[in-house]
Structures are given as C-alpha cells and as structure tokens.
Design a binder for this molecule. Structure first.
Ligand code: ATP
Length: 513
C-alpha cells in the first residue's frame, strides 16, 4: 500500500511541476475536488477527447456528435430519476466528524481482501515458477477461494441492501465488518442517510419568476431530449448513435484521489439507439469495442478488467465497468450500460411528446432501446498520466523521470533545440519550428545544456527532440532523439515531418483496434 501511495504522490506532484494540473483557485487554498488543467494538461486532455471523438464519431457512419447545454429544463431531471434517486448513501464518523460514502467503505474493505489474494498469487508464482497457472490457482486454492467467497458475500449483501433502500442493514454491515474510519480508526458511526448529488441553482433574477435548475450530473440526458431532432434532421436509421463530450457536475461526498473523483468533470458519452430485443447483442459489441479502444493505446492488457454490476441502476438491464489499474488499485474508468427504453419513455411521459422511431422495415413505431458507453475524460487522463510516469535507472547509474505517454496523445510532439545559443543555430532551429508547427504542436528551448533540456522534455513526455548543431549548417541534417529508447539518429531536415507523422498519426494508432 505504501508503495502505491508513494507512486500516487509522485503522479500528483509531477502533474503540477510539469504544467499538467493545478488545484483550482490555489491562491485561496483551492476548492475541494476541483482542478484546473494547465498548459500541457489542456493539450493532453484535448488529445484524449479527439482520440475518443475520432474513434466514436468520425469512424462510424451511423454515429453523430452533438454539444448540448449544461443547463436543461428541470423536468429533465424529474424524468431521468435524478431528483428522486441520484443519491449516495453517506455515513458520518461521530468522533472525526468526517463524512464517507457507506458503499465505498465496504468496497474498500473488499479491496483489502483482494490485495491478500494478489499476495497469495505472487507467492505461488514464485513457488511454482514457469509451471504456474494463475487460472488454475485462483479456482482451486482454498485460501483464495475463501477470500473470494467473503468478497462475494459482502458485495452481494451490500448490493441487495442498497437496492432495497435498507440503509439500516448497510450500517449493520459496516459494524459487523468492524470497519473503522480510515483516518482515525474510530468505529463510532452515525446512521446511513441518502444524499442527493445534484448542484442546484436559480435561473432568472426575480424571486417570483426564477426557476430551480440543476447543473447536469451527466451528459446523457442532453442526448435523449434531442433524440428525435437528431434522428429526423440527420435522417438516421436505427441502429445509430449520438455522442457528446462535456462538463458534468456532482456534489460528491467523498471527493479524494485527485482527479479520479471531482465535483466538476467531463464525460465522453455515446448513446446507441437499437431495436428492442437487440440490446444484449449491442451491449456485448460495445463492451468489446470500447475495450479495444483502450488497448489500442498500448497501456498493457493486464491493466484492464471488466466488472459486471451486481446492483443495476433503475434504468438498466445489464451494466459493466471497464476497470483500470490506477495507482490505488483497480477502479471504474468507463461504464457500458444497457439502459433499456427507460429514458426515452420517461421523457415521453413527462413531456407529453412522442419519442418514437418509425421503422420502415418493420412498418411500425417503437421507442428504441439504448446502449450507453460513458467514460470520464479526467479519469482517462489520470489513467494515461499515471501509467506513463516512469523512473528509469540508466547505464551510468543515474535515473531519469520520463512520461512515456502514448505519442499520439502527447501534448508536445517535438522540441527543437539549438545545441548552442550562437553561430546561427537558433535561427535554423526557429526555421524548422516554423515549418513543423503547421502540422504538430512544437516547442523551442535554448536554455541550459542539451542534456538537461532532454530531461525536461522526457518529464513532459515529448516524443521527439530535434537538435540543431554545427553539422546542420554544412549538410541540412539534425539529430532526432526518441524519448523512450533515447536513441539518436541523424536525419535530413526535409524528412522530419514524415518521421514524426509516422509515429503520432492517429490513423495508425486507431488501426490497432
Ligand atoms: P463511480 O461509481 O466512480 O461514482 P459512476 O458509476 O457514478 O462512477 P457513471 O455515472 O457511470 O459513474 O459515469 C460514467 C463515467 O463518468 C465514470 O465511469 C467515470 O469515468 C466518470 N465519472 C463519474 N463521476 C465522476 C467524478 N465525480 N469525477 C470524475 N469522473 C467521474
């Protein structure tokens, strides 16, 4: 655990030091669980958003993108169930006065048992060496089976209690498991209560005419209310999808773990409208497609796993998370939900407007079913950033800190560095930069020894450093240094664009899907 904490601390401080993420309004001591993206962070975030948008919208003839407003008519949230049911179970510790999500306390308890399972696996791996089969071990070892059984029992009881709104039993579970306040060790808990996560505000100035509205807690509803508009104006035929990226707001009770759980965050969602009865097939298809998207970034197959939901939300008939191995363990990165016709039907009912599709092949109207893919852009940022941060021991016994971002996502693709600040080298370097900046985000750096400049770019995650030296004057060649291998090659200035493009071209990355 200590190691994980250390790594996570390094991630947070690196994000600040290298211009990725700052605490919001830091000069006033910040605002809890609200963050700003800095100069490099904004670029990385934009590149992740583009990578998603290209994969989801541009590459699918039957998916279009929209950009709906954050403020929506308040009845939207009545229809969606958020006014009545968008609650988290919270519990306070009477001694520390700290507030927790009751379900998260129980889940964290289970995560600790999971760590024990991992330890058993590692021990056995060492003992059995090459002959070790993980699958066989976890399905036969009595200790592991016991741990797993315990986790299953706890989570299934938690799921049932939450579903039945039996909050007294959630408290009982916490007491039976002797779960203590993680900060103080106190077991002196209040009852569990429900807490609505929506931020409310007033629309309009005068007291009589102002209206209670909400900052949207998810982007999905902006898609549902526009379903017919898009279908008609885009002449979309089922199955088709509507995608969007945008801000969402949740007054989270437990807002920790940096940008993993924020109060203001960004979602990238796609709602796929299908014929009733075909939703299971599409649900499986989108689970697979979305996992492939993640894997295309090359961040390691073992860092992902599916988690099928025991407790389904009120609108779903199937749901799974794609979990990622964050520095603090496996956690939800993306949700894939089969949302049935719940949302469109609810909007029909509350608005009195038909939300139906006329199927020419079937010659009938119906309310489509929906399969949703929903990923947090900030969580994806954290996954990419944390996974890329490496400390490497070099041959000369020094270490380097390098951010091995997938090059397609790197905020700066190339740094142009004159070896020295004289002899006309800066002028040539600027000329190269002026040419490359039409195609790539670039930077120029002439300060400090070139070795230090390389380290600086390694820490930012720049895939290429291009150094202009005296030989450049003679033969129009430069050295190009590759971030990951640190290899340097001499190449013609005129070849730079092709070399960089080959490495960072979104097409070749997405084709790995
Ligand atoms: P969690 O269980 O972690 O609270 P959720 O199941 O409520 O998440 P969804 O409503 O399914 O999340 O939202 C879809 C995605 O939006 C999540 O997979 C996650 O990546 C992202 N997300 C949700 N809440 C937050 C938040 N507070 N901060 C950052 N990202 C979030």
């Amino acid at each position: 655990m200590a190691k994980q904490d250390d790594l996570f601390k390094k991630v947070i401080s690196h994000a600040k030091e290298y211009g990725y993420i700052f605490q919001s309004s830091e000069i006033y001591d910040g605002l809890s669980a609200v963050y700003d993206y800095a100069q490099n962070g904004a670029e990385l975030k934009k590149n992740i958003r583009d990578y998603w948008w290209k994969a989801m919208v541009q590459m699918h003839e039957n998916i279009v993108g929209i950009d709906a407003s954050i403020l929506m008519h308040p009845t939207t949230w009545k229809a969606s169930g958020h006014v009545d049911a968008f609650n988290d179970p919270l519990i306070d510790n009477k001694d520390s006065k700290k507030r927790y999500r009751a379900d998260v306390l129980v889940e964290d308890y289970c995560a600790k048992i999971e760590v024990k399972i991992e330890k058993e696996i590692k021990k056995a791996q060492k003992r059995f060496g090459d002959t070790f089969s993980k699958d066989e071990f976890v399905t036969t070892n009595p200790r592991v089976l016991g741990y797993q059984e315990k986790i299953n029992t706890i989570l299934s009881r938690l799921g049932k209690s939450l579903e039945n709104e039996d909050l007294a039993d959630v408290k009982l579970l916490i007491e039976e498991l002797e779960i203590a306040d993680p900060l103080t060790g106190s077991k002196n808990w209040t009852d569990v209560k429900q807490f609505n996560l929506m931020f409310g505000t007033q629309l309009g100035a005068s007291a009589d005419s102002s209206m209670q509205v909400y900052l949207r807690p998810e982007t999905a509803q902006g898609i549902f209310v526009n379903f017919l508009n898009v279908q008609k104006t885009g002449r979309m035929k089922i199955p088709f999808g509507i995608a969007q990226t945008g801000k969402a707001f949740r007054n989270e009770i437990v807002a920790r773990q940096f940008i993993f759980r924020m109060r203001e965050f960004e979602q990238m969602e796609m709602q796929f409208f299908v014929k009733p009865g075909t939703q299971k097939k599409w649900y499986e298809t989108w689970k697979e497609t979305r996992l492939k998207w993640h894997l295309s970034l090359g961040m390691g197959k073992d860092n992902y796993r599916f988690h099928d939901h025991e407790k389904l939300a009120h609108y779903a008939d199937a749901a799974a998370d794609i979990e990622f191995k964050f520095p603090f363990g496996f956690k939800e990165l993306e949700g894939i939900h089969s949302r049935t016709d719940f949302d469109l039907k609810a909007h029909e009912e509350y608005s009195g407007k038909k939300m139906q599709y006329f199927d020419h092949e079937e010659n009938k109207n119906y309310v489509p079913y929906v399969v949703e893919t929903s990923i947090g852009l900030d969580r994806m940022f954290l996954a990419v950033f944390a996974n890329s941060l490496k400390e490497e021991k070099l041959d000369n016994n020094t270490t380097r800190v390098v951010l091995k971002l997938p090059s397609v996502l790197a905020p700066i693709k190339a740094a142009i560095l004159p070896l020295v600040k004289k002899d006309g080298l800066p002028e040539i370097a600027r000329k190269i930069l002026d040419e490359l900046k039409w195609d790539f985000s670039t930077t120029y750096d002439e300060k400090d020894a070139v070795g230090r400049r390389y380290r600086r770019q390694d820490a930012i995650g720049t895939p290429f450093c291009i150094t202009v030296d005296h030989e450049t004057i003679d033969n129009n060649t430069v050295t190009i240094r590759h971030r990951d291998s640190m290899e340097q090659n001499r190449v013609k200035i005129t070849d730079l664009k092709t070399i960089i493009k080959k490495e960072i071209d979104i097409k070749s990355w997405l084709q790995k899907m």
